[in-house]
Design a protein around this ligand. Sequence first.
Ligand code: ATP
Ligand code: MG
Length: 364
Amino acid sequence: MKSFLKCFFCFSEKQPKISSSKNGAYPWKTYTLKELVHATNNFHNDNKIGEGGFGTVYWGQTSKGIAVKRLKAMSSKAEMEFAVEVEILGRVRHKNLLDLRGYYADGDERLIVYDYMPNHSLITHLHGKLAAECLLDWPRRMEIAIGAAEGLAYLHHEANPHIIHRDIKASNVLLDTEFQAKVADFGFARLIPEGVTHVTTKVKGTLGYLAPEYAMYGKVSESCDVYSFGILLLEIISARKPLEKLAGGIKREIVEWAKPYVQKGAFDRIADPRLKGAFDRDEFKKVIMIVMKCTDPNPGNRPSMLEVVGWLKGGMESRKKEVTIVKNHVVDEYDEDEEDFEDDETDYEVFEMEKYMTSRGKKV
Ligand SMILES: Nc1ncnc2c1ncn2[C@@H]1O[C@H](COP(=O)(O)OP(=O)(O)OP(=O)(O)O)[C@@H](O)[C@H]1O
Ligand SMILES: [Mg+2]
């Protein structure tokens, strides 16, 4: 397998080789097909966790729980994804990145083995099977956002060469037993050699999360991930999908949906109703501001992930005073004259927000 990967990186001139880990050893295990067939009960339907564009993911049991991604059909594209994923995941180590346990590659079979994440992915909690249970309260959502941001900041600023993920989205943020975020799916990732500010590639990723310059011109830089993270952050606090289908087949982007409420300071209308108003309003405003900065149409205006981590953490730490729990019920109709939205909306942050939204309006 090592030679297969070497081969892949030789012919793919666009991807620089990743520097070796300290002792040069790959931390992953090469599984036998028999082991993985046994662990997943021969890839039984009952073991199926989910299905993505390139493969099906199964739960399995070895000495501990594993998740096995089985590539659907062998093609050069699938082979490429497999190689990139295994190579990158095998080399990066961070508390907020999903660990690779190993792989199997022979004939037409490509299997990637990860740690099983008992709390599934963010998408399950925001829009899927576990959405009704509402296991994600506000502090948990913030911890997840910070974790995912830290994982990305590591990829952008600490990994060598730097790595752009290119597919940041809710199904690619997995949650461990403690609901700690683990960024997953590196099949679309790009390695960025030092000194290179952006590369131009074929557009990959998921609609709704794509930065405009990437979607239109295929220009990839770290700020594309920052844009996707901004969308994800808004999704985390609102539980709205990144793209909403309206009548007549029209699609509305989540930021376009949120903008009018941001301009009015009607933050309660953006918040996931399942939070039942139980969130710190100041923190919420700060998060919205971060969302707006991350999703700025001009990549040059977007912050770095390190800044985002700092702001998100600062937001958490500035919870000095009492935690203002806003109304314990959901507002049914937003009324501009309603007292609730008037009280502190003239403060500095909202003023800044208005200035920012106005300047943004000009740019768009
Ligand atoms: N290690 C894991 N533990 C638990 N669930 C996992 C694990 N890896 C993947 N999943 C879940 O399995 C499902 C399928 O994942 P997969 O990455 O194949 O597709 P996807 O992320 O939904 O879409 P795409 O193909 O566009 O990436 C997702 O819901 C994902 O969250
Ligand atoms: Mg995925």
